[in-house]
Write a protein that binds this ligand. Sequence first.
Ligand SMILES: C[S@@+](CC[C@H](N)C(=O)[O-])C[C@H]1O[C@@H](n2cnc3c(N)ncnc32)[C@H](O)[C@@H]1O
Length: 256
Amino acid sequence: MRTQYDDIGQSYERLKREMPLAKGPERATVEALTGAALTGGTPAGGTPAGGAAGGSVLDLACGTGWYSRIIARAGAASVLGVDISEEMVAAAERAEAREPLGIRYKVHDARTLGVIGRFDLVNAVWLLCYARDRSDLAAMARTIHDNLAPGGVYTGLEMNPRFDWAGPKATKYGLTHRPDADFPGGKELTVTAHVDPPISFQACFWEEEPVVTALREAGFRSVELVPAVLTADQAADPFWDDFRANPPIVGIRAVK
Ligand SMILES: C[S@@+](CC[C@H](N)C(=O)[O-])C[C@H]1O[C@@H](n2cnc3c(N)ncnc32)[C@H](O)[C@@H]1O
């Protein structure tokens, strides 16, 4: 089955390297969340996890393996990346051949993956936004939950359900979200990353209730939206004022 990301493939990583939103707060937030999970740490006020020190990681919707590699370099004992797009996984495998980190990859739809292990950490950056309805959300949440060991942690990053559509936009940080249609619980979006040439894709904005409900019903004992963080340099830079006023992204952390 061809997917929209098969036409993006390797060029996707330009977005990670060039787009201010991805280089800055997206990466800082994912590193903070996964780093804390891997060392058994707990973000301030968060629910304690079982601790995944040096643990096994499933990176769902791994794409070209950008975060799979960051997590492997940070000291995970093992990393398995899964993505629905053959082209994205092929790009991830080429990166692994260039810089062997022991990461394994697999092409599969996260909705129908079933249980392939009992991981300490399931990371999924930009997965839930590809759920087109509540039944997709429930299937993704079940896959995340069922592949975790007891006490294991899910870390995610998605569009911020509390994003104010009348407030400052993310365009100056390299991303445009065009709402195409509303549906109960969310919006269909055309998302454009302003790299050269621009990359566009279809995704969904989900409100908080459907996301939290899907994760709770999958069996998570705690579900938290974790505010995105800026790097120390960015925190002092007025360029990021709009981001602080209306963060377009949010971290998610859930404990099994
Ligand atoms: C925006 S990219 C993010 C890739 C990676 N997590 C990152 O942040 O670099 C979204 C990825 O989700 C994948 N994807 C979309 N729907 C999926 C599904 N149902 N199961 C697995 N992967 C999916 C796409 O193929 C694409 O690689």
